[in-house]
Design a protein around this ligand. Sequence first.
Ligand SMILES: [Zn+2]
Length: 288
Amino acid sequence: MPELPEVEITARRLDAALRGLPIESSLAPGINALKTFDPPLSAIDGQAVTGVRRIGKHIVVDVGDGLSLLIHLMSAGRLQLYDKRASMKDRTSRLLVRIADPEQPERELRLREFGTKQRAWVKLLRREDVAADDAVASLGPEAWPDPPADLGALLKPAGARPLHGVLRDQRVIAGIGRSWVDEILWTARLSPFQRGNDLSAEEAAALRTAIVSVLGGALAHYEEAVHLPIPDKLPLPLRVHRKQGEPCPRCATTLEAVHYEDYVMTYCPADQTGGKVLKDRRLSRLLK
Ligand SMILES: [Zn+2]
C-alpha cells in the first residue's frame, strides 16, 4: 500500500479538486523528503496546479507552465487534501502545499507519512525532465490499463525468479505491490513460486487478464467508495491477501500464507500450488 489503484484514485480525486487553483505557498518539513534543490520549492508558489496524474506508483502534480512535483508515497505515505492547515506539531507532514482556494481558504495539500521511517519523497523537476528522472526512466510498462500483450516475453528477461517477486519489480512492470500481487496470482490460478521465465502461453494470457481485471476492479471499487477527503486507510477490496486461515472464496480450501520479513503472501493451495502447502522459510527467502 499504496499501489497502482490507490495512487490512481488519489490522482483522480486531487486532479478534480485542484486543477486550475493557484498555490499560495509551500513547505517541506520532512528532513529527507525533498530530494531536489534546483529549482527551489518556492518556485511553485503563486503558480496554478495544472493537473495531477500517476506514473507507476508515483504521483505527479503539474504546476504552472513547466514544473512538476514527482512524489513517491513508498509504503506508508498519503497525499491528502485538507480544509484546515496542518499544525506544526503534526510530525507526519513531509510536504505542505497551501492552496489559494476562494471557497476553502485553509485548503492544503499534505504529504503525510505514518510509521517511524521517513521514506516517502518529493522531487521538484522541470516537466520535460520527469520522464528522464531515474525513478521514472527505470520503470517497466504500466500494469494497467493495457499491459504488454505478450506478458511471457516481458517477464522472461527477469529470469528464473518467482512470479511473486517479478510482478512486484517496478523495473519489469509498474504498479503492482504486495497486496495486489496475491489477488492477481490467485485470480490467474498461478503459484507465487512459479518461475517468471517459465510461463506457457495460456498462463501468460491468464496472468495478463488477471492483472487488468484485478487492478481495474479495485479502481472501479474506489470510484464508488472513495471521496475527498481521502481517508488514511482505503477500503481495499481484497479477497485473499492476508486472509490466511479463511476459506478460499472460489473453492473453500483454507488459504495458506508464507511470511517474509514484514509481509505475508497468501495463496490457495488447491488453486495455485497443486495442493502443496509451502510453509518452508527457505522458500520465503526466494521471494525477495
Ligand atoms: Zn481456492
